[in-house]
Design a protein around this ligand. Structure first.
Ligand SMILES: C[S@@+](CC[C@H](N)C(=O)[O-])C[C@H]1O[C@@H](n2cnc3c(N)ncnc32)[C@H](O)[C@@H]1O
Ligand SMILES: Nc1nc2[nH]cc(C(=O)O)c2c(=O)[nH]1
Ligand code: SF4
Ligand SMILES: [Mg+2]
Length: 236
């Protein structure tokens, strides 16, 4: 049985982002990432400041039940990049056997053959402000194998250059549901009021940009709901 490095298991809470925003879900956060985005709000998963535990699919399901009791029927796997870990296929399979739906958050750099088994697949290629480069040929593979019902694209936007990148991504995959997400410029601050006010200003800016752009006629514009409610608190 392949083990998965797990940083945290929490919930139930609500999905704060993207295609199933507001949905009640548990989270499993894996360790390790093949990217290092400048503004990553989960950098403890890859920068050495966090500690992971190696767990089997069975261990993870036991822990989910210990933490969430009977109060969930949906599990979101995030990271880091969960697609680094082959063992997640077994976890998805066992959750499906229990009638528990699954979702995943990944940046679209590593394909795994278990991804089509997941109900909600959020692919979040990174804009220039992250400091990362997109390999579009690798990203194409995701949309060759996933249906437009199960997949979505979510691009974080901090500035005009990021917005231009988001337009490019949306144009390349016009049939895939497309989400613009407000960037959080300070994932460490504990000043919730100042953060909230800044995020709402950024949300209004992003709405204005999308509303003014013909290229975004079919896009959805969202904040990170959990950040508006809880700031940078971990485990929510
Ligand atoms: C922490 S990542 C983990 C999953 C995967 N590595 C990815 O980036 O898609 C989860 C989501 O949070 C977003 N995210 C990370 N840091 C952010 C920030 N500072 N502001 C807004 N969204 C952020 C990512 O773009 C991604 O959509
Ligand atoms: N509530 C909540 N929603 C989220 N959506 C994506 C998250 C993530 O860190 O991947 C996240 C998270 O950490 N918490
Ligand atoms: S790809 Fe995701 S987890 Fe990895 S550094 Fe970027 S935002 Fe963080
Ligand atoms: Mg997060």
């Amino acid at each position: 049985m392949r083990k998965i490095p797990v940083m945290e298991i929490f919930g139930p809470t609500i999905q704060g982002e993207g295609m199933v925003i507001g949905k009640k879900t548990m989270f499993v956060r894996t360790g390790g990432c093949d990217y290092k985005c400048s503004w990553c709000d989960s950098s403890f998963t890859w920068d050495g400041t966090g500690k992971s535990t190696l767990m089997t699919a069975e261990d993870i399901i036991l822990k989910l039940k210990e933490v969430g009791g009977e109060k969930f029927s949906h599990v979101t796997i995030s990271g880091g990049n969960p697609a680094l870990h082959k063992g997640i296929g077994e976890l998805i399979y066992q959750l499906a056997e229990l009638n528990i739906e699954t979702a995943i958050e990944t940046q679209g750099t590593i394909w795994q053959d278990w991804l089509p088994m997941i109900t909600d697949v959020t692919i979040s290629p990174k804009p220039p402000s992250s400091g990362m480069d997109t390999d579009f040929e690798k990203l194409d593979v995701f949309f060759e194998h996933l249906t437009k019902e199960q997949a979505s694209l979510k691009v974080v936007v901090f500035d005009d250059v990021d917005f231009g990148y988001a337009e490019e991504v949306h144009k390349r995959y016009p049939k895939i549901p497309f989400y613009l997400q407000v960037g959080n410029p300070d994932a460490l601050t504990t000043n919730d009021q100042a953060l909230l006010s800044d995020l709402l200003t950024r949300y209004e800016w992003l709405i204005d940009k999308a509303v003014a752009a013909e290229s975004m006629n079919n896009a959805r514009v969202l904040p990170q709901l959990h950040t508006l409610v809880w700031g940078n608190k971990r485990g929510v």
